[in-house]
Ligand binder design. Structure first.
Ligand code: ADP
Ligand code: MG
Length: 265
């Protein structure tokens, strides 16, 4: 059975995600102070930076899990419609939010698998209940995605019976089964022991090679260097430096980035 082939529709015309001048505050705390991010189709963008610099917030804003105060977000060229005022602005259209969110699948640090469902049920749940897809077709796809991430033999076990690396791979299969336009990863390897980290890194690298559009928040500089087309270094809610990985890691300009990189070696 053919899985959806991300590389097939690799037109670079309209970016999947385009964020400009995004401002986000929690009460008096301004966490994003005017941030831009463009995820071209088939490209991988990595977000790096110290803890608290706003990486997760930016990812959550992209996925419309968070409101914002100012700035634009375009999904495949389509602007998010906002309502409210400058201090409290929400996406206006629930249907638009649902459509965009189901097209941007998120993978979290803590896997967030449903513990009362088997691995197969975890992967099938959203395509069946949220997208209303045919159950038998979803099951076939779910099994294929689980095989693709190397745990095709774990369909009928509970999440607790898997290692962290296997659980995260199941979470990636679950994200893929939504057949999204982009995958958003928030520190996908941070909760894993080093030896399990690599099995997840391998899956992410395969997805990059396939031409999947991805935005990856990571503390793993080697992963960022290996898979990214573009790397963004956030510092206190602003982009301090960005560029292709060769430049960013090879000849960082800003002192903050130099310090950050030497601290993560
Ligand atoms: P990172 O992912 O880079 O570590 P975050 O985006 O999680 O950073 O957080 C950026 C800042 O926003 C931090 O100071 C954090 O404490 C704050 N923050 C994040 N989420 C919330 C929230 N729900 N309410 C209040 N402050 C928050
Ligand atoms: Mg974070």
């Amino acid at each position: 059975m053919p899985l959806d082939n991300a590389a097939q529709n690799s037109s670079t015309a309209t970016p999947v995600i385009q964020i400009s001048d995004l401002h986000k505050s929690y009460g008096a705390l301004e966490v994003l102070k005017g941030v831009d991010l463009v995820a071209e189709r088939g490209h991988v963008v990595s977000l790096i930076g110290s803890s608290g610099s706003g990486k997760s917030t930016l990812l959550r804003c992209a996925n419309l899990l968070e409101d914002s105060q100012q700035g634009e977000i375009l999904f495949e060229g389509e602007p998010i419609k906002w309502r409210g005022h400058a201090l409290h602005r929400h996406p206006a259209d629930r249907a638009q939010v649902t459509r965009i969110r189901t097209n941007l699948s998120m993978v979290f640090q803590q896997f967030n698998l449903w513990s009362h469902m088997t691995i197969l049920q975890n992967v099938m749940e959203a395509p069946v209940t949220v997208l209303g897809r045919n159950k038998a077709e979803v099951e076939e796809k779910a099994r294929a995605y689980l095989a693709k991430v190397g745990i095709g033999d774990k369909c009928d076990v509970w999440p607790a019976q898997l290692s962290g690396g296997q659980q995260q791979r199941a979470a990636i299969a679950r994200a893929l089964c939504m057949e999204p336009k982009a995958l958003l990863f928030d520190e996908p390897t941070s909760a894993l022991d080093p030896e399990l980290e690599q099995e997840v890194v391998r899956v992410i690298k395969d997805l990059a090679t396939e031409g999947r559009t991805m935005v990856i928040v990571t503390h793993d500089m080697r992963l960022a260097a290996d898979v990214s087309d573009h790397v963004i270094f956030l510092h206190q809610g602003l982009i301090e430096e960005e560029g292709p990985p060769e430049t960013l890691f090879g000849s960082p300009k800003s002192e903050r980035l130099q310090q950050f990189l030497s601290a993560t070696q």
